[in-house]
Design a protein around this ligand. Structure first.
Ligand code: 0WD
Ligand code: CA
Length: 391
């Protein structure tokens, strides 16, 4: 419920920042979720134990890997447990701040996926957005409106035609299966031949997750973004050197057989560009599968090349241009940052409604249950103690 005496503020969709001063993303720490759904916070440990290595030679691709194999054994996390875990993220933030003795000075703290939605919004005008902004200790914590998000996921998964629904689930599975067959848990040199060959038989799950937390910014706004990283391209750099250039985003898509499918793929590529660009991931690997879920070929893209590629080939009707999206992103992030006061611990909603095509914010009534589910007791205690030592 929003407060009746509060004005809804809307932001025109054609707003663009004149410049897009971007900060180079920098990783502050990483954490991981293990197969049991437990979190691990020691960055060095999770880099060693929870981050995998890309390895898929052409000879393996030629073997026609079945990305549907093992589907019935998929260990899938329930949707309601996979909504972006703020308590885990803030535990990581707290650990990091305790190690440095200072507060991370970001204006906005959130999951990367939500910023991908905002960045790509001008080209996804049919997709609604329903977020909550929780103001705490001078910072904006942005999360999904979980209730709406869950309902939406359930609707998306529900097809009238049960065989279609089953097919959609298999497509989803094939993405995780591609991750399993294209990565190794240790560097290639430390893997036995048997381990490499056995990965096709590994039970696939989406519990295990490696999350990088990066500091980045656009214009004057500083952001802390947490995003899932699929694997390493080559190796972990030595002694604290920048790991971001070594990360890879893995994706699957249908093989492109007809000209009409090119536009669709380019839309996906644009979204993947946005997702990777936001946290400074430089490489994207696409596995192309046919309708029978057989892996047919693999393509590697450098993130920075995608905007140029799209400009060259894009269909005039879709006009997907990354720069235009970035100018929108620069403008809208600055607007959010300016319009929501940081000195009052309030609750706001941030929505995009495809019906009226309006992007807006409005203050909501306080909701302590929601607030406590994001800003944990531990985190509060930590921040209070930090400010005591400062004054
Ligand atoms: O509403 C959501 N989708 C959110 C999920 C909001 C915030 C966080 N999360 C959770 C998810 O578990 C996610 O994996 O936090 C994790 C990290 O967040 P993120 O990196 O911001 O998520 P995003 O960029 O949207 O997606 C990264 C990966 C996906 O890989 P692909 O290649 O499909 O983009 O996270 C997984 C998925 O592997 N993922 C999901 N898996 C199942 N159901 C979902 C989902 N709805 N969303 C993301
Ligand atoms: Ca992925």
């Amino acid at each position: 419920m929003y407060l009746s005496n509060n004005m809804i503020k809307t932001f025109p969709l054609n707003s663009r920042a004149k410049t897009t001063a971007l900060k180079q993303p920098k990783e502050l720490f990483s954490f991981a979720r293990d197969i049991d759904g437990e979190y691990i916070f020691d960055s060095t440990k999770v880099q060693d134990e929870n981050l995998s290595y890309y390895y898929l030679p052409d000879a393996s691709v030629d073997k026609q890997i079945d990305l549907g194999a093992g589907y019935s054994n998929f260990k899938k996390i329930p949707e309601e447990e996979n909504l972006g875990d703020f308590p885990a993220l803030l535990k990581g933030v707290m650990n990091y701040e305790q190690s440095t003795g200072t507060k991370i000075n970001s204006d906005i703290i959130t999951f990367r996926g939500l910023m991908t939605k905002i960045l790509t919004l001008p080209y996804n005008l049919k997709d609604p957005l329903d977020l909550h902004v929780i103001v705490y200790d001078g910072q904006l914590f942005i999360k999904n409106n979980d209730e709406i998000e869950l309902k939406r996921r359930q609707q998306n998964n529900q097809h009238e035609d049960p065989s279609k629904q089953e097919m959609m689930k298999k497509f989803e599975y094939s993405g995780y299966k591609f991750e399993a067959v294209s990565t190794l848990s240790k560097p290639w040199g430390d893997c036995s031949r048997q381990l490499i060959e056995k990965r096709n038989k590994k039970v696939v799950n989406n519990y295990e997750q490696y999350i990088s937390v990066v500091k980045t910014g656009i214009g004057k706004v500083k952001l802390l973004l947490a995003g899932e990283v699929d694997c390493l391209w080559d190796y972990i750099p030595e002694d604290g050197k920048d790991i971001l250039p070594h990360y890879v985003e893995l994706k699957t898509s249908k093989v492109i057989e007809a000209p009409g499918q090119v536009v669709n793929f380019e839309k996906k590529l644009f979204r993947t560009w946005a997702q990777s660009f936001l946290i400074g991931i430089r490489k994207i690997v696409y596995g192309f599968r046919d309708d029978n879920l057989i892996l047919r070929n693999v393509e590697v893209y450098n993130t920075e090349e995608i905007p140029i590629m799209l400009k060259d080939t894009i269909n005039v009707n879709t006009k997907i241009v990354c720069m235009n999206a970035l100018k929108w992103y620069g403008a809208v992030i600055e607007w959010i940052n300016n319009e929501i006061p940081k000195d009052a611990d309030k609750l706001w909603s941030l929505t995009y409604d495809p019906g009226s095509k309006s992007f807006s914010i409005v203050e909501l009534m306080q909701d302590s249950e929601l607030r406590n589910s994001v800003i944990t007791e531990d985190f509060k205690e930590w921040r209070i103690s930090l400010h005591k030592t400062e004054s």
